[in-house]
Write a new protein. Structure first.
Length: 707
């Protein structure tokens, strides 16, 4: 490796972040302390302090080359949004421009909010929306084609204070889980913890293809997924891509992604090839949930941007290609105290760790009672093609505990008491030169949507393109509710130990149905889950009602995470998004098939017909039956294509008839989507019949094997 290519990670890590170290260096001591207090205790920041912070932040950013700043927020579009302002103020009489940035500009922004989804929230109010600085997630300087920009993470609310984004409710849910966790800790005699924060690590899956192939596929350009495409002779059946050696071109891309992320303070840690050809994964080290939500957005943005620089395209859609695995995002979640405890750490002898057992049983209750809501939090249009297809968790929520905890849990269910834990065993390989080591007490189960993995739960349903905001809002709040209910009982008890024993017994017995350690991909599980009364919600539209049930509304209002009108608006937005995305897909399909596929097939049929005529006239004895058979077959599929296309077009015309978003969404699911499937069949057959030179776009094989 050449000297200039060597990367000093410790030197570059966080260099573009206005982090604690930078703040300590640059801010006056008093200002630093006030800001820290705000971050730690949620105290309001006074404008004088904000002015000083803003000034120093600007000076620091300008040293890094920044010309603009932006409030960066996460409206309910799934992506992030930003509007850039330069630091320039009106020039002095001398004509020299001044650069300024005030405390007010730092803490409050007012983007024109009228075009962001509000689900009717703003219909009755003014269209104003505000962004407010989230000082718990550090500001940073981003370098891209725009130059360098100071990016300020913010929350986005309406004029009346209603949340229009992911971050506001997330911060509210963090307050809820903090408060209830502290109550629980106090019951167990802990007086040293003052803050409990969810820690999250999100593993991001993605596809990388050549950008010229991407641009040649209008379906990928407009919808993020392929709408047609025949399977290549080889798919993922050999498992030779999974964890395989990383190809040079991808390696160079990953290297640059890591450097960009490290500069932004994102701890990019693990990278590997995933199951499907052209599929990869990146995982950072876990951190506080609100920072992780921001960092996951940065990871997605960085993957896309760096791919572009390398002549590649990053596909984040949950199912870009039918027939090979889709992409998800594993959301690893635990609860960590500021005195260094992980509430989900069972220790060596979980059966003796009563606090852990209570926490575990509360989580089981939370997941069991709100399985529908948790499922909803992972619902997005793309995930409908992925969940339940034996490549990702089924659409049924259940919890995998692993051997050790399952055994402890069984004891709790039967007697309310656990007297022993299965210990860790020595791993023996039978090879003398390999060292023996201790195995984990639990194995893994990749088929489970919600799995205990040592000292955290891994929620595996989340879609690759989705924000991890929503699943974590749900997790934080449902667990806060279960903790709160438990504390209500235990705080009143005369005899704490007996009350604790009884409560654990009862929770374990009441919620044992949610525990499942078997194969989640099997048909038996679907039947078994039904017997247990567990919801099996197979698609997004059936998941949305969970947002507004009485049970959900009561819980969210109790913990001040969402109001009823905020929830109604979110449900409305989801129906709207569903209908819009399916509409784009359907229109794209019509476009591709009318303008590219049919003309190409007609050209090809003409070529065959011409060849029949010219061969026959040149040599009347020549057998042209192959050409004739091919022409017949292609023409038959062409006819099927035209007929299916017509059905789709007719049904698509009627989508304008609905005034209600929900009805429109259902119409897309139940009428338009089946039309699209029907149309795909003859087109994919045609792809296998038509000369590759005539087929108007790259094939699956071209896209996923030629990177
Ligand atoms: P696994 O092998 O179980 O998937 P990894 O060590 O690969 O675990 O971690 C997967 C993700 O989970 C990473 O982002 C990691 O930082 C995160 N993680 C590890 N421990 C915790 C924890 N206690 N809480 C939350 N996330 C965690
Ligand atoms: Mg994992």
């Amino acid at each position: 490796m050449k000297e200039e290519e060597k990367v000093n990670v410790t030197e570059i890590f966080g260099e573009n972040v206005f982090d604690d170290r930078t703040m300590q260096e640059r801010l006056p001591k008093k200002t630093y302390q006030k800001l820290k207090q705000t971050i730690r205790d949620g105290k309001e920041l006074d404008i004088e302090t904000a002015d000083v912070v803003a000034h120093e932040m600007k000076e620091w950013a300008i040293e890094k080359g920044a010309t603009h700043y932006t409030h960066w927020f996460q409206p309910l579009t799934g992506a992030t949004a930003e509007k850039h302002d330069s630091f320039i103020t009106s020039p002095l009489p001398s004509g020299k421009a001044l650069m300024s940035f005030s405390g007010k500009e730092l803490i409050k922004g007012e983007p024109d909010a009228s075009s962001f989804p509000s689900g009717g929230l703003r219909a009755t109010f003014e269209a104003r929306g505000y962004t407010a600085w989230d000082c718990t997630s550090p500001a940073f300087v981003r370098e891209d084609a725009c130059g360098a920009t100071l990016v300020i993470p913010t929350a986005f609310c309406s004029y009346t204070g209603e949340a229009l984004d992911q971050k506001t409710p997330l911060l509210r849910s963090m307050e809820a889980i903090n408060e209830q966790s502290l109550r629980l800790l106090r019951l167990f005699g802990n007086t040293t913890a003052h803050k409990v924060t969810p820690s999250v690590g999100a593993e991001q899956e993605y596809f990388i293809i050549d950008r010229k192939n991407f641009l040649a596929r209008k379906d990928l350009v407009y919808t993020g997924r392929t709408l047609i495409g025949a399977m290549p002779p080889k798919g993922q059946e050999m498992d030779d891509h999974y964890f395989g050696a990383i190809r040079e071109r991808i390696g160079a891309f990953m290297h640059d992604v890591n450097i960009e992320l490290w500069k932004l303070g994102v701890t990019a840690k693990t990278q590997h090839n995933e199951v499907a050809p052209a599929q990869h994964e990146l995982a950072p080290i876990y951190e506080e949930v609100n920072v992780e939500v921001d960092h996951n957005q940065l990871i997605m943005e960085t993957l896309k941007r760096v791919a572009y620089d390398h002549g590649l395209q990053c596909l984040l859609h949950e199912k870009p290609f039918d027939g090979v695995n889709g992409s998800g995002k594993h959301n690893n979640w635990s609860l960590v105290t500021d005195d260094g405890q992980n509430l989900l750490d069972p220790g060596k002898t979980p059966h003796e760790n009563m606090q852990f057992l209570l926490v575990l049983c509360c989580i089981l209750k939370a997941v069991d009672e709100h399985a529908d809501l948790l499922r909803e939090s992972a619902a997005d249009v793309g995930n409908d093609s992925r969940l339940g297809a034996n490549e990702a968790p089924p659409a049924i929520i259940s919890v995998y505990l692993g051997d050790q905890l399952a055994d402890v849990f069984d004891q709790l269910v039967s007697t309310g008491e656990a007297t022993h834990s299965i210990g860790r065993k020595k791993m023996q390989t039978g090879v003398k030169t390999l060292p023996d080591f201790m195995k984990d007490a639990t194995d893994r189960n990749r088929t489970s949507p919600f799995a205990f993995t040592g000292n955290k739960f891994e929620f595996r349903m989340v879609g690759s393109e989705d924000s991890i905001g929503e699943p974590n809002i749900v997790l934080n709040t449902i667990v806060a509710e279960a903790f709160s209910d438990a504390c209500d009982v235990l705080e009143k008890a005369d005899d704490f130990d007996t009350a604790l024993h009884d409560l654990i017994h009862q929770l374990a017995a009441d919620h044992q149905r949610i525990v499942f350690n078997g194969n989640g991909y099997s048909d038996e599980w679907v039947k078994e889950a039904e017997l247990r009364g567990l919801p099996n919600i197979t698609n997004m539209l059936d998941a949305i009602p969970a947002l507004t049930t009485d049970k959900t509304v009561q819980m969210y209002e109790r913990f001040h995470v969402f109001t009823k009108s905020e929830l109604d608006s979110r449900a409305e937005i989801e129906y709207e998004i569903y209908a819009k995305k399916r509409n784009i897909e359907a229109k794209t399909m019509v476009d591709i098939i009318r303008k590219q596929v049919i003309p190409a097939v007609i050209k090809y049929t003409t070529v065959i017909a011409d060849s029949i005529t010219s061969v026959s006239s040149a040599c009347p004895e020549a057998d042209v039956s192959t050409q004739t058979a091919l022409l017949t077959e292609v023409s038959a599929q062409l006819k099927n294509t035209r007929e299916s296309l017509q059905s789709l077009e007719i049904d698509l015309e009627r989508t304008g008839d609905f005034s209600d978003e929900k009805a429109r969404a259902f119409y897309f699911r139940d009428t338009v989507l089946p039309d699209m499937k029907g149309l795909r069949t003859p087109v994919d057959k045609l792809e296998m019949l038509v000369d590759k030179e005539y087929w108007p776009m790259p094939s699956y094989g071209d896209m996923i094997f030629e990177v």
